[in-house]
Ligand binder design. Structure first.
Ligand SMILES: *Cc1c(COP(=O)(O)O)cnc(C)c1O
Length: 410
């Protein structure tokens, strides 16, 4: 989002016009930013056989998925429903990496039925998989390397108490299970959480995967998951992708040489590719002075953008209706009957009732985490593609709240 001639724009499109044309609340995504982030990873790892599997739980609108496909991405999915969306968006099933956690064996079998690339994250399921498929269906294995990455504890997955993955300390058990059913393990995977800044977390993880790889003879890829850090505030540190490429590439090449085969290197970024590409536009309902602060109450809430309340995440807020207004301090809250605070003590250009506020970093885990609490309807989505704004999801109609309800006679 940039300010040009006193108007905020995204992808060359005027955001106030988007708000007026499509109505608020509305999520707006910029295709060019997505392409740019995608290419940054590609460029940083141009010396290896790289595969980028977009983590579609971050943003799963069909039009965006089609766009990812056009860029050359595969897909990382965590449920059979996400996989079905991926197929609908035109991905070949084998380009879709099915990496769920805690699902039934039946759901894994559905994934096999669809022809997905299967990633298994516990020994119980792996045993059932081996008994049923032997070496006829390849799979990969999610390992827990027990690296704690620091950062936001809510979104770390590699620690000792984590429910994700098979511990590297269970390697002997794991290799026994693999050997007993002759399971064809073609990939090793780890994903240590989100918002990881330090390249050393990835290189440590890499060293652990490379060591673990010695136990598997059929590998075709190693997958370092994701967790790349994006900026939420102006001077936030971010994952230096070029630096990461420089650190990881020689290590990976050395590993491939000793393994005796050139493997693929996979990443599964969600946030890195789409977070900064999105803004969420809402209208101001009330400006309410209390003894403690001035509240700005908006036509939205934790039902539409959950991250501030769920993860204590920071989203920068901009009053796009009044770019030159005097800066004042506000507390921005939602309309849900809970304490749904988007941000305390934000310096915004003077907010008047009716003004449109933009939440930044809204491309990832925004719409996909929205819900119908308080019987509120979900927002629309707009995609800015080739300099034009396209509606890619309508405002949810009231009928959707009724659609699956079965009324009984009382
Ligand atoms: C959520 C998730 C990702 C994406 O994480 P980001 O922080 O959005 O990049 C990647 N892989 C797996 C297995 C995930 O669950």
């Amino acid at each position: 989002m940039i300010l040009e001639n006193s108007r905020y724009q995204l992808g060359g499109v005027d955001l106030l016009e988007v708000a007026n044309e499509f109505g608020t609340p509305v999520y707006v995504y910029d295709a060019d930013t997505i392409a740019d982030k995608y290419q940054q990873i590609n460029t940083a790892f141009s010396a290896v056989k790289l595969r980028i599997k977009f983590a579609c739980k971050a943003l799963s609108n069909l039009s965006v998925l089609r766009y990812m496909k056009s860029l050359g991405a595969g897909l990382d999915v965590v449920s059979i429903q996400e996989a079905m969306l991926g197929v609908k968006a035109g991905f070949e099933p084998k380009e879709i990496f099915f990496s769920p956690n805690g699902v039934s064996f039946d759901e894994i079998c559905q994934g096999v039925g669809l022809g997905l690339a299967i990633n298994i994250d516990n020994i119980s399921i792996l045993e059932q998989f081996g008994h049923k498929y032997g070496n006829t269906v390849p799979c990969s294995i999610r390992l827990n390397p027990h690296i704690v990455a620091g950062g936001n504890a809510h979104i770390q997955t590699g620690h000792i108490d984590s429910k994700f993955g098979i511990s590297i300390y269970q390697m002997r058990h794991l290799t026994r299970v693999v050997a007993s059913d002759n399971i064809k393990v073609v990939g090793l995977h780890l994903h240590t959480g989100s918002d990881i800044l330090d390249a050393s977390v990835f290189t440590k993880g890499a060293d652990i995967l490379f060591e673990a790889a010695k136990n598997f003879k059929d590998l075709e890829f190693v997958d370092f998951g994701s967790g790349f850090k994006v900026p939420y505030k102006e001077d936030d540190a971010v994952t230096d992708m070029a630096e990461l490429g420089k650190e990881l590439t020689p290590r990976f090449k050395t590993f491939c040489k000793s393994y005796g085969r050139e493997l693929e290197l996979w990443f599964e970024p969600g946030k890195y590719i789409v977070s900064e590409a999105g803004v969420f536009l809402v209208r101001t309902n009330v400006v309410k002075q209390t003894m403690a602060t001035v509240f700005v109450g908006v036509e939205s809430g934790q039902n539409h953008l959950t991250r501030p309340m769920y993860y204590n995440a920071y989203h920068e807020i901009v009053n796009i209706s009044n770019p030159e207004g005097t800066k004042r301090v506000y507390t921005v809250v939602g309309y849900i009957c809970e304490t749904d605070t988007f941000g305390w003590d934000r310096k915004l250009n003077e907010v008047r009732e009716g003004d449109i506020l933009a939440f930044k970093n809204a491309g990832a885990y925004g719409f996909t985490m929205s819900n119908n609490y308080n019987s509120r309807l979900r927002p629309a989505e707009v995609f800015i593609y080739k300099g034009k704004a396209h509606l890619i999801r309508k405002h949810e109609p009231f009928d959707d709240l009724l659609r699956n309800q079965v009324e009984i006679k009382l």
